[in-house]
Write a protein of this length. Structure first.
Length: 223
């Protein structure tokens, strides 16, 4: 628990637990479906393992999560935070539009995309989506998403399978697509993102991924 506000208000009491750094993001990952420690780490790549262990312990003691056989699951109290986190995400997308360069993380983007694959929209068999981020240097420029029956894996090294389609463009533009700031169609039209592969696959690719609720939230009109 964080420092006490010494107020009986339920908001104050809730925030004594929830407003510590990383706590809400740990809950975000659990609500998104991560169950194992290493999966939580992949969704929180800049959080130290020691701090993640400490936050998981605090949330377990508080009764928001439980652990069993190396896996974590939300209790009823934790599950009730789902709509609250979703509402915060929608609010953030609508009113906090600025993204700094330090906020752009290809590992986090691909991890989020892999768990929102619409497997009903992907052709049968194995599909490999190769990403090349033109504004990223070094090995982090290249990523692969391997999609098979009801499963998807993120690879930061060539998995050795034939590439189905390549996404070539800036990481910033891909993050903006994923956040819902721009549409796939807009990004493809302005050339910031290009899809390389057979035409039927290029047309279908945007439908392979289900955007989060915050990505479809209407943005306020700009004065």
């Amino acid at each position: 628990m964080g420092a006490s506000y010494y107020q009986f208000c339920p908001v104050a009491k809730a925030m004594e637990l929830l407003d510590e750094r990383w706590t809400m993001l740990v809950l975000r990952e659990l609500i998104a479906g991560s169950r194992r420690f290493n999966d939580l780490r992949r969704g929180l790549p800049r959080m130290s393992p020691a701090l993640l262990s400490r936050r998981l312990h605090q949330l377990t003691v508080a009764g928001l999560i439980r652990s069993d056989g190396g896996q974590y699951a939300l209790t009823d109290a934790g599950l009730e935070l789902g709509p609250i986190l979703e509402a915060i995400g929608v609010w953030g997308a609508r009113w906090i539009g600025e993204i700094g360069d330090a906020d752009l993380d290809p590992k986090l983007l691909l991890w989020d995309m892999h768990r929102r694959v619409d497997h009903d929209a992907v052709p049968p068999g194995r599909s490999v989506v190769h990403f090349e981020f033109t504004d990223v240097s070094g090995a982090a420029r290249y990523w692969w998403l391997v999609i098979a029956a009801r499963d998807a894996d993120v690879c930061d090294a060539d998995p050795g399978f034939p590439v189905t389609v390549t996404v070539h463009g800036t990481l910033r533009r891909m993050v903006e697509i994923w956040r819902g700031d721009v549409t796939w169609q807009h990004a493809l039209r302005d050339g910031a993102v290009r899809l390389l592969g057979p035409e039927p696959v290029r047309r279908a690719l945007p439908r392979w991924f289900a955007l989060a609720s915050y990505a479809t939230a209407p943005r306020p009109a700009v004065a």
